[in-house]
Design a protein around this ligand. Structure first.
Ligand SMILES: [Zn+2]
Ligand SMILES: [Zn+2]
Length: 281
């Protein structure tokens, strides 16, 4: 079989067809139908993903010097979160969940009818394209929102300043947010897959990935498997770029990709002195 035939076969059997995801989708639809149809499911999925995905980074913070191999990847090695910082962020997150996420969940449960589950699964290509499309759209929306909240003093002080309490971010600081910011982010994350007419499986994949990359942006570690290292040519910002935003708040406003900051002249690279400090550890 020639290489071209193998590629064509691979494309028609897996990437471009629904054959790969259909068995998974069928099993989900048949076994968990009532849970998946509930308007509460996306909220439970994102909230539980947040706490589960924060946990490994939180353990790295708590273990500190006992895990020297991990600490070599700390972006600001001399600035580790203290117990009171972790507790403050946990408190803000708990407050937001009790007074915003929980009432929003009850409202969804009461007013929104259960969603219909389509019979057909998306192809792998549709799922990947949908997830990338959602990340790009959110990146644009949040870039504008973020830029305005830094440039207009009233917006910064009233809504965004709480997120800049820590100039050396850590995983739990991801949702150390004011209520307005949490509502806006939740609104776009819910609306964008509807605008892009995504399959529910694509929507849920985007939501979980979005939670992960947001935590990774704030984790304080630049691991060799960081998204920015896996995606070439500096296309993706990742933890080191967002860490720079927390150190120099007039740079790197985009949450995911680098292009908007490059276009608007607000892009800043990870500083050389910080890199040297990390190497010297
Ligand atoms: Zn941040
Ligand atoms: Zn900011």
């Amino acid at each position: 079989m020639e290489c071209r035939d193998i590629i064509v076969d691979l494309w028609s059997s897996y990437i471009g067809s629904d054959a790969l995801l259909q068995p998974l989708w069928d099993r989900m639809r048949i076994n968990y139908r009532d849970y998946l149809r509930s308007p509460l499911f996306p909220i439970v999925l994102t909230v539980s993903s947040y706490f589960v995905l924060c946990l490994p980074f939180l353990v790295c913070d708590i273990m500190g010097d006992k895990w020297a191999w991990v600490q070599q990847f700390k972006i600001q090695p001399n600035r580790r979160p203290t117990a009171s910082m972790l507790l403050h962020c946990a408190g803000v997150t708990l407050y937001n969940h009790v007074f915003l996420v929980f009432p929003a969940s009850v409202a969804q449960w009461v007013w929104r009818p259960p969603v219909d589950l389509p019979d057909k699964a998306p192809s792998l290509l549709e799922l990947i394209a949908g997830v990338i499309g959602n990340l790009l759209l959110f990146d644009f929306q949040y870039f504008i929102w973020h830029l305005l909240h830094h440039k207009i003093c009233w917006l910064y002080v009233t809504f965004h300043a709480i997120h800049h309490k820590y100039s050396a971010p850590f995983a739990l600081a991801t949702q150390c947010l004011g209520g307005w910011e949490l509502v806006t982010v939740g609104f776009w994350t819910t609306l964008n897959p509807v605008i892009l007419r995504c399959h529910l499986l694509t929507t849920w994949a985007f939501m979980v990935l979005h939670v992960y990359v947001s935590i990774e942006d704030h984790c304080g570690y630049d691991f060799p498997w960081s998204t920015s290292r896996l995606i070439p040519f500096g296309i993706y910002g990742g933890p080191s770029k967002h860490d720079v935003h927390h150190q120099k708040p007039n740079s790197n406003f985009a949450p995911h990709f680098s292009h908007w900051d490059k276009i608007f002249g607000t892009h800043a690279d990870f500083s050389f002195s910080t890199a040297m400090k990390r190497k010297a550890l």
